[in-house]
Design a protein around this ligand. Structure first.
Ligand SMILES: C[S@@+](CC[C@H](N)C(=O)[O-])C[C@H]1O[C@@H](n2cnc3c(N)ncnc32)[C@H](O)[C@@H]1O
Length: 322
């Protein structure tokens, strides 16, 4: 489905920025941290800051770029510090030029439209206006992805990053394959950051009735094997698939924890990239937004050597050692 004219049009505005979701009540059953008026679970906040941190470094290098958010609506009503799309849009410098914000739910779309409307005209440090185009794509991202890519709005030369922040099983493996296959050699593939909800996976798998949904998510018929695998083994298998099946040069699984100093991994964010510097930059972003990684991992990257860490090896970053 193409974006509607009204939603795809740039709506640069100098009007005062309205607070996000003024009309929505705060809600979360999860353990949460207070942010004055609004609560958001620490893991959502860590994830959003991790993405924002990485993209901040990413644009410093590329000086431009496209950001595709396949599941862009806010996770929790009324969140302030934990909405990836919002943090990425406000991140400085505002050199990302093309935004494709995709969402299925009416509520999520309404939030995205408010977010778009509230954006000030992007400017550089000297006040010069910068080009930026924000498109909102309503509907199923698994269908829209082909249209977005077919439109040629992301050129082969443009650096591109795609966030696949599904709730659990919404992102079809075919969708991931389309994104990975879009760029032709020698251009580097679209970078991917993929949510893998290991913390809820076994419980979710036990409640599965419609196997077609799982076949589409996993992209193969052997997803039943996940029921007997540990979280860490599942994350490592998924990470490996990004390299072996999709052809990415680098793939790593970054843990997001239940609490500030907790060691329970709620989910992994799997990052896949062809850029040789990207893993180091991602580790740096994770360190800033979440916490230090285990020493043995840091040594691989020669990064933050003096940091103290309390993460057991088994719960740390999963990566190919290069
Ligand atoms: C986990 S939330 C995204 C959280 C968001 N990235 C954040 O930072 O708060 C997933 C979103 O995807 C939407 N969604 C679910 N299935 C979808 C689909 N097939 N296509 C597009 N959006 C979908 C949901 O309505 C929800 O808003």
């Amino acid at each position: 489905m193409k974006p509607t004219n009204s939603s795809a049009k740039i709506e640069d505005s100098n009007k005062p920025v309205r607070p996000l979701f003024p009309d929505l009540p705060p809600s979360s059953n999860a353990k949460a941290r207070r942010f004055g008026r609004i609560r958001s679970p620490i893991w959502s906040e860590h994830k959003a800051k991790f993405i924002q941190q990485y993209l901040r470094i990413f644009v410093q290098i590329t000086k431009h770029g496209a950001y595709v958010d396949g599941f862009a609506g806010p996770q929790n009503d009324g969140q302030v510090e934990a909405w990836s799309a919002e943090l990425v849009l406000k991140s400085e410098p505002k050199w990302l030029r093309h935004f494709f914000l995709c969402e299925k739910s009416t509520k999520g779309l309404a939030a995205l439209r408010r977010l778009k409307k509230s954006q000030p005209i992007p400017r550089d440090r000297n006040g010069k206006k910068l080009y930026r185009n924000i498109e909102i794509w309503p509907g199923d991202f698994n269908k829209n992805v082909a249209e977005i890519l077919k439109g040629g709005k992301i050129t082969q030369k443009e650096a591109a990053f795609c966030l696949l922040d599904q709730r659990m099983f919404e992102c079809h493996w075919e969708t991931v394959k389309k994104l990975a296959a879009y760029k032709n050699e020698p251009n580097k593939k679209i970078e991917l950051l993929y949510f893998l909800g290991v913390g809820w996976l076994h419980r979710s798998l036990s409640g599965i009735r419609y196997t077609e949904k799982m076949d589409k998510w996993w992209g193969r018929k052997d997803w039943q094997q996940l029921k007997t695998m540990t979280h860490i083994a599942i994350a490592d298998l998924m990470r490996d698939r990004f390299q072996k099946e999709l052809g990415y040069r680098f793939a790593a699984a970054y843990p997001i924890y239940d609490r500030e100093n907790g060691n329970r991994v709620m989910y992994y964010m799997i990052h896949a990239s062809d850029h040789e510097d990207a893993p180091t930059l991602m580790v740096r972003a994770h360190h800033k937004a979440v916490r230090s990684l285990p020493k043995e991992t840091q040594e691989v990257f020669q990064f933050a050597k003096n940091e103290e860490t309390c993460i057991p090896e088994s719960e740390g970053l999963l990566q190919q050692k290069f």
